[in-house]
Design a binder for this molecule. Structure first.
Ligand code: COA
Ligand code: AMP
Length: 683
């Protein structure tokens, strides 16, 4: 019943939202007559090929074998596949079975061979170190081959894991590609994670070698990476045999531990070029850790062949780039967007990829993004709504941006990672005068599930609030609370019908968990754990997660992992973490803690300790800055904390106290504490 009421409420909202879109579209079309704005250009150029998306999508679902085989032909295979799709053991779908290729060859060597050697492969733009560097495909090939030689010298072979813990510098991409060159599996960990989180990954991935750097550079401080790495290796039961440390020029070199640590520059100087090792299409290229509902490490396994094929295909068909174009994904290499669209996809496609080491604001001002676009002739870009919100908050009239706009090169901006609010979307469109297109994806998928496919001639002015239509390959379905396919505009859980398109084979060392986590809710379907609606034209609107994952500035944080970190803080006996709406980051975590009754530390001091504990254990990226002490947590009779009611209270939304709650009298005292922090409550 509650679901039905929610659905009805949403339908009203959806209609209102579409009315406002229609008005907006009319207004923009009107503007276009005078200003030759992007809608005008888009509409006048496409009528003949309007249905290309529909046709391509239909083919991808009806004939997935032929569809992806055709896409795969664009890459160089060492040995052609025997079977495109093996779906005999779902959900363990295997693509390009029997095929062999090397991703590094396809992303680097292939382009040097075909005459792109002198084109920039990577442009490193680093306002935090006031430097810009261009690396051509030829230079990249040499550096990657030499580093592969270093790894080989340290015993790395096909299938071995290598952990990469590096800031946003070209050496991080070189490290990824060097692993791929040898058929080794990399696990790249985001620099904002602290020792304990890093240790968990070391233990789980068991890397033979770690590649790291002396430091990262944040706008207000230098972040020494080496002590964090040393701390992680001390904590971890598994010990890597070697660590290769890159010392960034102009910063203090990291002290090296004799016998275990080796200097990148010295190792490279003594190395020799190593060729690409062909790997099976189904062999993993990397592991990427992501948050689930518990603190247990969960590493997505990415198959080499299918991943290379889909990424290559998306660069032209989804993102509309031609080989040679400059592309910029303003994310971090540590996240899925960074893996896919800073490193592998643009390089596989022969683009120039901008690697940006800075922030949307404060490095030095909110004009930075636009300066980068202009300086490097960027054609297409990818960022998170949070970044745009930060820019807008500091420069609402776009004064800084307009110093660099308009540019001839720039054609399209894609946003993803979290819901993009109307205001931010409209503000950005008006500023850029180009399409701004939302697309929805997950670490698991590695590429977008829904998008406006720029390269398939879709309408570049979709209704505001939607995340596009299913990208070819993704058979998206919305199911309502009754388990039936949801009606148009009825809220439901979003699933994908199997077989999944290439790129998510399993969870590392956890095949059973892979099945249980994603495929048991609805047999024959992948559960995205996102809820949303589909409109009458097939557009999908993604609303929110339906599990205990908190999306902070486009990054996924597990409530469970944060709770575990809090519980490590002495005197806390119970903890619940929920997401609270935040103007800048979309959501930020809030911790509710129950402390020992005989604890003598003051509540203020305890809150400080708890915040510090999370920062030390998980890392600053969790943005965990709000906590409060409560006498008791609301629990169901089976002992589960009713996080959803706490989240609703903190968001100021109405909620129903579940009948299974053991002691409903806990709510008023929690409300009181929330009010003290100025966090909205209802009931
Ligand atoms: N290494 C070390 N520390 C890092 C780090 C890294 N690579 N990245 C972030 N941190 C730290 C920051 O210094 C900050 O620490 P602090 O609490 O001591 O200030 C903390 O982690 C949170 O960082 P961040 O999320 O960057 O927040 P911010 O308040 O410094 O900046 C924004 C706000 C909006 C500018 C920033 O969140 C942003 O750029 N968001 C876009 C996110 C994005 O691109 N997501 C892509 C997903 S596709
Ligand atoms: P991550 O795995 O960290 O990339 O986070 C994936 C989650 O982010 C998804 O499950 C969604 O909840 C959310 N997300 C990603 N892109 C979008 C989007 N365009 N709109 C709304 N939510 C999104």
């Amino acid at each position: 019943m509650a679901g039905y009421i929610r659905a009805l409420r949403w339908r009203g909202g959806f209609q209102a939202f579409k009315r406002s879109c229609h008005a907006q579209k009319t207004r923009l079309l009107w503007l276009s007559q005078d200003q030759n704005c992007f809608q005008c250009r888009a509409l006048s150029s496409t009528p003949a090929c309007r249905n290309r998306y529909e046709e391509v999508f239909r083919r991808s679902i009806e004939q997935p074998d032929d569809f992806w085989a055709e896409a795969a032909e664009k890459l160089v295979w060492h040995k052609k596949w025997d079977q495109v799709l093996d779906n005999s053991n779902p959900p363990f779908t295997r693509w390009f079975v029997g095929g062999e290729l090397n991703t590094c060859y396809n992303a680097v060597d292939r382009h040097v061979k075909s005459g792109r050697g002198d084109q920039a492969a990577i442009i490193h733009d680093s306002p935090v170190t006031a430097s810009v560097a261009h690396i051509t495909y030829k230079q990249l090939q040499e550096k990657v081959s030499l580093l592969a030689g270093v790894l080989r010298k340290h015993g790395v072979q096909k299938g071995d894991r290598v952990l990469i813990y590096m800031p946003m510098i070209p050496e991080a991409v070189i490290a990824m590609l060097a692993c791929a060159r040898l058929g080794a599996i990399h696990s790249l960990v985001f620099g904002g994670f602290a020792s304990k989180e890093l240790a968990t990954r070391v233990n789980h991935a068991e890397p033979k070698v770690v590649i790291s750097a002396n430091c990262g550079v944040e706008p207000t401080r230098v972040v020494p990476y080496k002590p964090m790495l040393d701390g992680a290796i001390d904590l971890s039961e598994f010990k890597p045999s070697s660590c290769i440390i890159f010392n960034r020029p102009h910063f203090d070199p990291a002290p090296l531990k004799a016998g275990r640590d080796f200097c990148w520059e010295e190792e490279m100087a003594g190395s020799s070029l190593v060729d690409c090792v062909p790997v099976s299409a189904t062999d993993p290229i990397y592991l990427l850790y992501t948050s689930g509902t518990t603190g247990m490490p969960k590493a997505v396994v990415r198959p080499s062949g299918g991943y290379a094929v889909v990424l290559h295909w998306t660069m032209s068909n989804v993102y509309g780039m031609n080989p040679g174009d400059v592309w910029w994904a303003a994310s971090d290499l540590g996240w899925v967007v960074g893996h896919s669209y800073i490193a592998y996809a643009p390089l596989l496609h022969g683009n120039t990829s901008v690697l940006f080491e800075g922030k949307p604001v404060g490095t030095p001002d909110p004009g930075t993004f636009f300066r980068v676009i202009r300086d490097h002739n960027v054609k297409g870009m990818f960022t998170a709504p949070t970044a745009l919100r930060a820019i807008r908050a500091e420069d609402p009239e776009g004064k800084f941006a307009k110093k660099y706009l308009p540019t001839d090169s720039f054609k399209v901006l894609f946003v993803a990672g979290e819901h993009c609010d109307h205001e931010t979307m409209d503000w950005t469109k008006n500023l850029l005068q180009t399409p701004v297109l939302d697309n929805w994806w997950q670490t698991e998928t590695g590429w977008p599930i829904t998008s406006t496919c720029y390269g398939l001639d879709m309408d570049l002015n979709p209704p505001s609030g939607v995340t596009g239509k299913p990208v070819p390959g993704w058979n998206v379905k919305v199911f309502n609370a009754a388990g039936k396919e949801a009606e148009v505009e009825e809220l439901g859980e979003i699933y994908v019908k199997l077989p999944l398109p290439p790129s998510f084979s399993t969870l590392w060392k956890a095949d059973e968990r892979f099945k249980e986590t994603y495929f048991t809710q609805k047999p024959g379907y992948y559960a995205t754990m996102d809820s949303g609606v589909r409109d009458e034209h097939g557009y999908i609107c993604v609303m929110s997660r339906s599990d205990d994952v908190i999306n902070v500035a486009g990054h996924r944080m597990s409530a469970g992992a944060l709770e575990e970190a809090i519980l490590e803080c002495g005197d806390v006996v119970e903890a619940a973490v929920v997401g609270v709406p935040d103007k800048l980051k979309g959501m930020v975590p809030l911790g509710l803690c129950v402390i020992k009754h005989d604890c003598i530390t003051s509540h203020e001091e305890m809150v400080k300790n708890v915040i510090e504990a999370v920062r030390k254990s998980v890392g600053p990226v969790a943005a965990f800055k709000k906590a409060l002490i409560v006498p008791k947590l609301p629990k169901t009779r089976s002992g589960k904390v009713a996080r959803n009611t706490l989240a609703a209270m903190a968001a100021g939304k109405p909620f129903q106290i579940p009948v299974t709650i053991e002691d409903a009298s806990v709510y008023p005292s929690i409300k009181e504490e929330l009010l003290k922090l100025g966090i909205g409550t209802q009931n």
